[in-house]
Design a protein around this ligand. Structure first.
Ligand code: ZN
Length: 484
């Protein structure tokens, strides 16, 4: 057995963020590397967080009239090529199956990089009249992309778990309403459950989803000041319904092409939780998504074993009856100190120590993972105190992340300042942009920062704002950042 020190993180977050994150993912038991480049194995602890995210979001989707379905992972080449922009955008990262057993296939099959093409091929057969609309289906599956850029666990992998929603509507307005509805659900999930504040807005033409009319996105800032796209919702217009011939007989008895949306988020949300809330002791999980909210540690000598173990069971029952996810660490082969480190590494929000003295005095000692503060309470205050502490931690994590986001969002009025902020401070830069691809590309090439979003919550077009690159007026205020 290794000592507590050895199981902990050996790299500090503020010194080498990337290595710290890599150790955090591996040592906390979230995930392990797969056997091929960029592949990742999700371990039970990581998967239970994914289940927690999935259950929450799945309920939102069902409450708003969506249903789940299943799609095959292989897509014939001809189908993937049907929408030209879409194919061009994904072509370089598609894995192809070219052989079945010992026979070469007459047509290559793509392992889905995303499922628009196969889903819409089917939708065209399911839809014939306005009575068949809206069609709102979600798929919980995985997608495969041969990553050319450096891979990163949970953030950029050759296969990842996600959900992809696909909807079909009678009008562009209906599709836009769906785009907004879904973005709102993502925002609720990410802000209220993951305690991660986001900025919301539209992608630029160059950054939007290939094949979409527009892409709305939620962006957040990781602990190293790099942005991460958290979830996207695309208005596809009729860009896919035309090549895939998704037509319906309208209320006016004329045949029309349908309007569509697609949207998704992935297990990168777990990576974001780790990067934003984690510290040098390990993960810090927001209580709402923590698979274990309270860990109970029996502390005893041989003589007190029976008494202490019995009492931990009473504590567990009290918590479970209040719907708190709690667990007793009954591993006798580890010391209490080893267990403290282990649960800190795994980010369990609260720890309760139960020893013979506590039982005698009818007290309990509680430790908060986020602040590492210790609180002694009366045994009869247990449930009430735990509930209020879990709420408090959830709120405190959000507030702390929000302060980080605000203090790392900096305005730049000229390109020299822009370059200085990017190289010295990082984070989001709010700056003017004239709308031209040329300036966007120049800025990206010279600084590595791209337009994350054109925020919807800013007063967009302003007569007096100059483009940070060419100084042209009027411009839109946008958020730039270097991103994952
Ligand atoms: Zn410009």
């Amino acid at each position: 057995l290794s000592s507590g020190k050895e199981i902990g993180l050996t790299v500090r977050k503020e010194e080498n963020f990337s290595d710290w994150y890599g150790q955090l993912v591996l040592k906390s038991g979230l995930a392990d590397y797969g056997s091929t480049k960029g592949a990742l194995i999700l371990r039970p602890y990581g998967y239970s967080i994914w289940e927690s995210i999935r259950e929450t979001f799945d309920k939102y989707l069902k409450d708003t009239g969506h249903e789940n379905g299943f799609l095959p992972v292989m897509i014939p080449e001809a189908l993937l090529k049907k929408e030209e922009e879409h194919f061009k955008g994904f072509n370089s990262e598609v894995f192809w199956v070219t052989r079945a057993g010992t026979n070469n296939l007459s047509e290559s099959l793509a392992l889905r990089p995303t499922s628009e093409t196969i889903a819409y091929w089917a939708f065209a057969r399911w839809i014939s009249s306005y009575r068949d609309l809206p069609l709102k289906i979600n798929f919980w599956n995985s997608a495969l992309r041969a990553e050319i850029k450096a891979t990163k666990p949970l953030i950029r992998n050759s296969e990842f778990l996600w959900q992809e929603g696909h909807t079909v509507h009678e009008s562009s307005d209906d599709a836009q309403k769906e785009v907004n509805l879904i973005l709102g659900l993502y925002k609720k999930l990410i802000e209220e459950y993951l305690a991660i504040p986001v900025r919301q807005g539209l992608k630029s033409n160059q950054e939007k989803f290939v094949g979409a009319v527009s892409t709305a996105s939620l962006e957040s800032l990781m602990g190293d000041g790099r942005a991460l796209q958290m979830a996207t919702s695309h208005h596809l217009g009729q860009n896919f319904s035309k090549p895939f011939e998704i037509k319906y007989l309208g209320r006016d008895n004329t045949e029309q092409y349908a309007w569509q949306t697609s949207w998704g988020t992935s297990w990168r949300l777990i990576g974001a939780v780790a990067m934003i809330h984690g510290d040098n002791k390990g993960l810090i999980l927001p209580p709402k998504i923590a698979p274990i909210q309270v860990i109970i540690i029996p502390i005893h000598k041989k003589a007190d074993e029976g008494l202490v173990k019995e009492h931990t069971k009473y504590v567990l029952v009290d918590l479970e009856q209040a719907n708190i996810r709690a667990k007793i660490d009954e591993r006798d082969e580890y010391t209490a100190g080893w267990k403290f480190n282990d649960w800190e590494l795994r980010g369990v929000p609260l720890r309760i120590n139960v020893g013979p003295k506590d039982i005698e005095k009818s007290k309990l000692e509680i430790s908060r993972r986020d602040t590492r503060e210790k609180i002694t309470i009366g045994r009869n205050e247990l449930v009430q105190t735990i509930c209020s502490l879990l709420n408090q931690i959830q709120n405190d994590l959000y507030t702390k992340a929000k302060e980080f986001l605000s203090s790392n969002t900096t305005p730049a009025f000229d390109f020299e300042t822009f370059k200085k902020i990017i190289s010295e401070k990082g984070g989001f830069i709010t700056a003017g942009w004239c709308g031209r691809d040329f300036c966007e590309t120049q800025i990206k090439e010279q600084t590595g920062a791209d337009i994350r979003i054109i925020p919807e919550d800013d007063d967009s077009i302003m007569e007096n704002i100059e483009c940070v690159f060419c100084r042209q007026k009027p411009s839109v205020r946008v958020l730039f950042a270097r991103a994952y």
